[in-house]
Ligand binder design. Structure first.
Ligand SMILES: [Zn+2]
Length: 147
């Protein structure tokens, strides 16, 4: 199993959505496993806010993954340039290929983790802003929740 945030090997850090009832199948997902407390925390902070907004909402992992792949392009280009643009991949030594893989994987993982932390931070900021705002006047039977 791979970490749902950064794709490193998962190590027994699991998550379930406490906002959903025990019998709700969306409470658990076999994909919600993590490599570390850091990744699990980042994920659960984002999930907590998403669930508050729309019940059963899930992170769009696909968009995050595509963005993380794109984030690996510049480091990949830098590394290939450092080896020599004119050299075909078939001429790379094994260590150079491994280094290339490491550059890409590191960039991918770093982007995924930072993006989850950034999302969590953004959601927290929005929530705090709304809590600081003066309460809206109650209108009839519909009392608005400020978030
Ligand atoms: Zn991770």
């Amino acid at each position: 199993m791979r970490c749902a945030v950064c794709s490193r090997q998962a190590r027994g850090f699991g998550y379930f959505n406490p906002a959903l009832h025990r019998t709700d199948p969306r409470r658990y997902s076999h994909r919600w496993v993590f490599c570390s407390m850091r990744c699990m925390d980042a994920f659960s902070r984002v999930m907590a806010r998403l669930t508050g907004l729309r019940e059963g909402a899930v992170l769009d992992a696909t968009d995050l993954e595509i963005a993380a792949m794109r984030a690996a392009l510049a480091p990949l280009g830098d590394y290939v340039a450092s080896i020599g643009m004119e050299r075909p991949l078939a001429d790379y030594r094994k260590e150079e290929v491994l280094q290339l893989v490491e550059v890409v994987v590191d960039a991918y993982q770093a982007h995924m983790l930072l993006e989850h932390e950034r999302l969590a931070e953004k959601e927290r900021a929005i929530l705090e802003q709304r809590l600081d705002a003066p309460p809206l006047p109650a209108s009839g039977a519909h009392t608005r929740i400020p978030f």
